[in-house]
Ligand binder design. Structure first.
Ligand SMILES: O=C(O)C1=C[C@@H](OP(=O)(O)O)[C@@H](O)[C@H](O)C1
Ligand SMILES: C=C(OP(=O)(O)O)C(=O)O
Length: 422
């Protein structure tokens, strides 16, 4: 993103013995929810271990600037999806006049489903360029009588999380009926768990696809954010690809019972040869047994798809993937980005059934080393390909893209390989 284009690539070489203790970034998803709920209590919660991720720092900055309200101020969320969706709902329901915008890519990521829902609840919102996409202008809020909405569950769960978090402030609460398939459900469950922790009354019936939120304000409370399981996934890949059979990586601040659906990496990586043992301080990764093939549905954990695709490709484990449709509307079209970049490390991602079933496998041909991986303004492209260094030298373009979710990623990576920015 922007400044990242000016930075030199990261060249990764010399993997050594893998004995590392990784502090990890804390979860930007949990942080951004806690920040919205805190704002709705009048900033009276004591939040600790907030993420250093740019997405969270942007949320903090934009929430702080909210009270200088002389005419529509511009809130530029950069490339942060949750920040865009959660703040749009928060500023709308609190009646703020704001222009919501972001990077050119953010202005290609759809938001119409959320805007339609907020309009039904009483928000006055206008599109400043293209219908259904940022930039938007929020012009105020007059609560409507609506307290029941139908909303698609198969585009982005962030719209639903955004609506749920503001629902306790609506005069009649809110009942959401989810239509179609439901993607990223653990992220909605995380939202609901955090809301309940802060005193909200929420009933979810996943069979009936209905979530009911009562009109009951949040109670301010202290809250400590857990480390980020999505960020942890890259260390699982390092452990899986390490040639050192005595490899041991301690990931700090993770819990076995997590609000984060990306803790599914524990089960996925068991097939790719990584054992997890929970300790007092987090989780210890050691080498285990590798399966020949792996089939996984990423509907609940789309952010793990790139990590697992690259890891399986390098290990030569045949990977069948479903549930990766939403990858096309994230920081970049992640399916296209993986297809282009996996080729460079001698593998391919093939679409077996349009927009539904995919396979990753190694190619019989040699590839040139080191490959230079393009990152497409996507932090997860950089971090998913970095563990390849455990098998061969690799160069990652625009390495500062990692700042979006895990700014200390390269410092942590320096514990297991040589990282040079030249
Ligand atoms: O709510 C959240 O914190 C997130 C939800 C997911 O998005 P979608 O619901 O759009 O899949 C995920 O990809 C994103 O990184 C974070
Ligand atoms: C998709 C992501 O984030 P967001 O949608 O919040 O930009 C991500 O972090 O992988």
């Amino acid at each position: 993103m922007n400044a990242a284009h000016l930075t030199p690539p990261a060249t990764l070489t010399n993997p050594g013995l893998v004995q590392a203790t990784i502090p990890l970034a804390s979860s930007k998803s949990e942080s951004n929810r806690a920040l919205i709920i805190d704002a709705l209590t009048g900033f009276r919660c004591d939040l600790t271990n907030l993420s250093t991720a740019r997405d969270t720092q942007t949320m903090i900055r934009l929430l702080k600037s909210e009270d200088r309200n002389a005419g529509p101020e511009t809130s530029d969320v950069l490339d942060a999806g949750t920040t865009m969706r959660f703040l749009t709902a928060y500023f709308a329901v609190t009646g703020k006049q704001k222009i919501m915008t972001g990077t050119p890519r953010m202005c290609e990521r759809p938001i119409g489903i959320l805007v339609d829902a907020l309009r039904s609840l009483g928000a006055d919102i206008t599109y400043l360029k293209n219908e259904g996409y940022p930039p938007l202008q929020l012009n105020g809020f007059t609560p409507s009588a609506t307290n029941r909405l139908s909303i698609r569950g198969d585009v982005s769960s962030q719209y639903i999380s955004a609506l749920l978090m503001i629902a306790p402030m609506l005069p009649n609460g809110l009942t959401l009926e989810l239509t179609g398939a439901i993607g990223s459900r653990p992220y909605m469950e995380m939202t609901i768990e955090q809301m309940i922790y802060f005193g909200a009354d929420v009933q979810a019936d996943w069979e009936a696809k209905t979530i009911i939120v009562a009109p009951k304000p949040y109670t301010p409370k202290p809250y400590a954010i857990e480390s980020d399981w999505s960020g942890a996934s890259y260390w699982y890949s390092v452990a899986a690809l390490a040639k050192d059979e005595t490899a041991e990586i301690n990931l700090l601040g993770l819990k076995p019972k997590s609000l984060q659906g990306d803790s599914a990496i524990v089960d996925i990586m068991r097939s790719l040869g990584v054992e997890s043992t929970f300790t007092e301080s987090g989780v210890k990764l050691t080498k285990g047994t590798v399966s020949d093939s792996l089939a996984w549905d990423f509907t609940d954990c789309p952010d793990l798809a790139q990590t697992v695709a690259v890891c399986a490709a390098v290990k030569g484990v045949m990977l069948r993937m479903t549930g990766i449709e939403s990858l096309k509307i994230k920081e970049t079209d992640r399916v296209a980005a993986l297809q282009a970049e996996l080729q460079k490390i001698g593998a391919e991602l093939v679409e077996l059934e349009p927009n539904h079933r995919y396979e990753v496998h190694q190619l019989p041909t040699e590839h040139s080393v080191p490959a230079t991986i393009k990152t497409y303004d996507d932090h997860r492209m950089a971090m998913a390909f970095a563990p390849v260094v455990m098998r061969e030298e690799i160069i990652i373009d625009e390495p500062r893209v990692v700042d979006k979710s895990y700014p200390s990623f390269w410092d942590d990576m320096a514990q297991v390989a040589k990282v040079q920015f030249t």
